[in-house]
Design a protein around this ligand. Structure first.
Ligand code: MOS
Length: 765
């Protein structure tokens, strides 16, 4: 039937992968590759220094770029003196709005599904300034040092205009965005305010979260040049290959085929590696100079020209009945944004899907600020939204004298509370039970300040992690099978260090019945069939679905090649499974022929098949999300207010775990980033000038080893029958819930409820 067909498309090739009763069994991996801790296939090249990153790609006749950044938030350039820079040693080009080539404004990420542009502002096209830090000049020189020196010689004065740099002021004039990632900005079910007013127990709180900046280990970089035939080559650090190509084509008036983007290695993305000013300016400067350009942003440059997570102010109000069920769930608030981008920080999304309530009021507004365009940053919205929501749940539990896990049991919904769709796969309470057992939750005292060791107050907190299941359309995989029985999968997808290449080798090996050593995965190049973004934790599923579709086509192509003498003669695709390095009848062991034999008999060196992943619309009838339970123990110094996280455990429910080794690393990385969000990170924005004050890792504090305890991660490993491989994406969920788990633990330790991140020691004194 239709549902079964969809699931078959989504899960895999073979009917054997279904358990009795029609439940698909994505656990079956004929060679055991799925679910095994395969080491990273890209690891050896990286540790040997053989992996070229965008700032390391060599080019003959290279020039090096330095950017000059504006120091006002809004206005116009009044005077701009570049003669001294032009005359400085080694300088090849000084580019400003006066000589920059004409370029169309970028198409904007999340406004157009094809776009990778961070904002729609024109890039260096006139004397207007739109944010403090906007590039106003590009210097090209023979060495990086010469370019950096010349950049200090540019003299500029401005005519300043009043800028919107106060969050309070902009929030007072906040407006609803047209939509929030294609969803309505408001959801109202029943009359939540009235239900709240009448509730037996209620809490009504406001939470603040600050700006956060991207701080990937690899600062943004690109090496670009124009070929003699007009072809544009861009070696970029990006998580959006095809989007970048499409957007650059629009900016420079080129056909997509005239542009090739390569990005085989990326030193961390997290949402920040998109199309910002620096690549566009490097390409423009290369066009003017006729020479290759390398632009490698300084750490300060990353803060100035690439945005991150944006400021939010959120209200969460919960009304509860005496039995601990919710009569009202209100989650509303305002996020800072610019008028030129479309990332409204979807903090209200978790509350749309997590808990049962009699009424809902969920609303997002945006406040226009003159700043570098904000963008997605690991679980945008969900990471700060769960801070507010999961802190409020803890506050309600404390008010009612209920254990916070018990409260969540009482509000566990039977179906999605705002869409009414059934959950495809939800085992949140299972994750809580496993996590509580392993963490020793029962040892926690519900009374704050109950545990003290010398100066140290010790407390435990818990919070729910959640992130949606996304799969992006348009991904196309090509599988090439050689006469030697090796398969290469090719797709313009991204390996940013998370294990994409490794898990796709595993999945393909299982799909084709090949050993891991006989499979390679080619990625990171727009010359390959189109991939989808590495974002929204969607890439694993998006690639796997395309590989499945291509695998089906490959089997059909192979069956056409077999002659009458083959043991496969007369068999139909539906009878066939890939196994043991070849194809065989699903039940009859002797009806088997190896790939080597099929291709040799047909006298073919290779067979290739390419297919786009179908989008099973039926999955839209399900609410598909990932879950987790984050457990935190903190020690807060009663004298200094210093908070140390002493233990942390994440118990996740994210479908099938394809590779426990890479998965554990993703979960831990997310949790570590969450500890930064909770305790140390904050982009300080001077509201007088719109200037970021701490544009360096010396003053923007990402967690270091001393800040991070042993982190335990466990998982339910329960496959989602509607997801390729049964697996959900796991890149983002690790950070969600961490802010609240830490804040709830701090409350349990100290009796102090901090509703304003980060939880720095001054707030605890
Ligand atoms: Mo992510 S914020 O979708 O890289």
């Amino acid at each position: 039937d239709a549902a079964q067909k969809i699931m078959q498309t989504a899960i895999g090739l073979a009917p054997e992968r279904w358990l009795p009763g029609g439940t698909p069994d994505p656990l079956i991996g004929r060679h055991g590759a799925i679910g095994s801790s395969v080491p990273r296939v890209d690891g050896p090249r990286k540790v040997k220094g053989e992996a070229p990153f965008a700032a390391e790609v060599p080019a003959r006749n290279m020039t090096y770029a330095a950017l000059v950044y504006s120091t006002i938030a809004r206005g116009h350039i009044a005077t701009l003196e570049t003669d001294a820079a032009q005359a400085a040693p080694g300088v090849v080009l000084v580019m400003t709005y006066r000589n920059a080539p004409r370029m169309a404004p970028p198409a904007v990420f999340m406004s157009d599904p094809r776009a990778a542009g961070a904002s729609s502002l024109p890039v260096m096209q006139d004397d207007a300034i739109h944010w403090n830090g906007e590039p106003i000049a590009v210097i090209l020189a023979e060495t990086q040092e010469q370019a950096d020196h010349a950049a200090t010689l540019v003299r500029v004065t401005y005519t300043e205009e009043a800028a919107s740099t106060s969050f309070e002021y902009a929030a007072a004039h906040a407006h609803r965005p047209d939509n929030v990632l294609g969803e309505p900005a408001v959801i109202e079910i029943g009359n939540a305010e009235a239900a709240l007013a009448e509730a037996a127990h209620k809490i009504d709180r406001t939470y603040h979260t600050p700006r956060y900046s991207h701080a990937a280990i690899e600062p943004h970089a690109a090496t670009v040049w124009w070929e003699a035939d007009g072809q544009l080559i861009v070696h970029d650090a990006t998580q959006m290959l095809n989007g970048t190509r499409w957007t650059l084509a629009g900016i420079f008036g080129l056909k997509e085929e005239q542009i090739r983007i390569l990005s085989p290695f990326v030193g961390g993305g997290f949402g920040g590696k998109a199309l910002w000013n620096h690549q566009i300016l490097a390409i423009a400067a290369s066009r003017l100079s006729g020479r290759p350009v390398r632009v490698a942003l300084s750490r300060e440059g990353v803060f100035r020209v690439s945005g991150g997570r944006t400021t939010t102010r959120q209200r969460v109000a919960l009304g509860a009945r005496a039995d601990g069920t919710l009569s009202a769930l209100i989650h509303t608030g305002i996020a800072a944004m610019t008028a030129y981008n479309n990332c409204p920080e979807q903090f209200s999304f978790p509350a749309r899907h997590l808990y049962a309530a009699g009424s809902f009021k969920l609303e997002q507004k945006v406040a226009d600020i003159d700043m570098v365009a904000n963008t997605f940053m690991r679980a945008p919205g969900e990471s700060v939204g769960t801070f507010a929501l999961e802190s409020a749940i803890d506050e309600l539990a404390d008010d009612m004298g209920l254990d916070p896990i018990e409260l969540r049991r009482r509000i566990e919904p039977a179906k999605d509370p705002t869409s009414d769709h059934p959950f495809s796969s939800r085992h949140l309470l299972d994750a809580y039970a496993r996590g509580a057992e392993r963490f020793g939750w029962s040892a926690r005292s519900p009374t704050p300040r109950a545990r003290r060791e010398g100066e140290w107050l010790i407390g435990m907190g818990v919070a729910t992690a959640t992130y949606p299941y996304y799969r992006m359309p348009g991904g196309t995989a090509r599988i090439t099978l050689t006469r030697a029985g090796h398969a290469c999968v090719a797709m313009a997808s991204h390996e940013m260090g998370m294990g994409t290449a490794t898990v796709q080798v595993q999945a393909t090996a299982d799909r084709l019945g090949l050993p891991l050593t006989h499979v390679t995965f080619a990625y990171g190049d727009t010359a390959l069939p189109p991939g989808t973004i590495a974002g929204g934790s969607s890439q694993t599923a998006s690639i796997a679905a395309a590989v499945t579709a291509a695998g089906e086509k490959l089997v059909s192509a192979l069956l056409k090649l077999v002659g009458n003498a083959s043991p496969l003669a007369g068999l139909k695709a539906g009878d066939i499974v890939a196994r043991d390095g070849g194809l065989g009848h699903r039940a009859l062991a002797d009806r088997f022929e190896s790939y080597v034999s099929i291709l040799s008999r047909a006298n073919r060196d290779q067979v290739s098949a390419e297919a786009e992943a179908p989008m099973p619309l039926e999955v839209q009838k399900y609410a598909m999300h990932s879950y987790g339970a984050q457990f935190c123990e903190v020690r807060v110094n009663a004298v200094t207010g210093e908070t140390r996280v002493s233990r942390f455990l994440g118990a996740f429910d994210t479908g099938r775990i394809v590779n426990p080794r890479t998965a554990a690393s993703q979960f831990r990385g997310g949790i570590i980033m969450g500890l930064g969000l909770a305790l140390t990170e904050e982009t300080l924005f001077d509201e007088r000038t719109g200037r970021i004050m701490n544009a360096s890792l010396a003053e923007y504090h990402v967690p270091v080893h001393l800040d991070v305890p042993e982190i335990d991660v466990i998982w339910t490993d329960t496959p989602d029958p509607r997801a390729p491989l049964g697996a959900h994406g796991i890149g983002e969920i690790g950070i969600t819930g961490v802010g609240a788990a830490v804040a709830n633990a701090v409350y349990n330790a100290t009796g102090r409820r901090i509703r304003d991140l980060p939880i720095t020691l001054d707030k605890l004194l």
